[in-house]
Ligand binder design. Structure first.
Ligand SMILES: [Zn+2]
Length: 85
């Protein structure tokens, strides 16, 4: 952890940064789905990303199970977070 402070860019708050979900009303990440997302899936692919990195997928109620199963099957899923309404 200590080495990271050199860059001063570790996003400890999980807020700002290079999240893929834009501001207010993110859409579901499932293919072809345009529903408003109500869940955020935080994931990390250890073979591509440093361990502290989080990618975010958004999911509607309908696709939460599908997307989280996809990620957890691969061991990528880290957190599932309910988005504020
Ligand atoms: Zn969906």
């Amino acid at each position: 952890m200590a080495g990271l402070s050199l860059f001063g860019a570790s996003p400890g708050d999980g807020g700002a940064g290079s999240q893929e979900v834009p501001g207010d009303a993110p859409q579901c990440s499932a293919k072809g789905c345009r529903a408003d997302a109500v869940w955020a899936l935080r994931w990390n692919n250890p073979s591509l990303h440093p361990p502290e990195r989080r990618k975010t997928w958004a999911a509607c109620e309908e696709h939460l199970e599908h997307l989280s199963a996809f990620l957890s099957m691969r061991g990528f899923l880290r957190e599932t977070e309910r988005l504020p309404a």
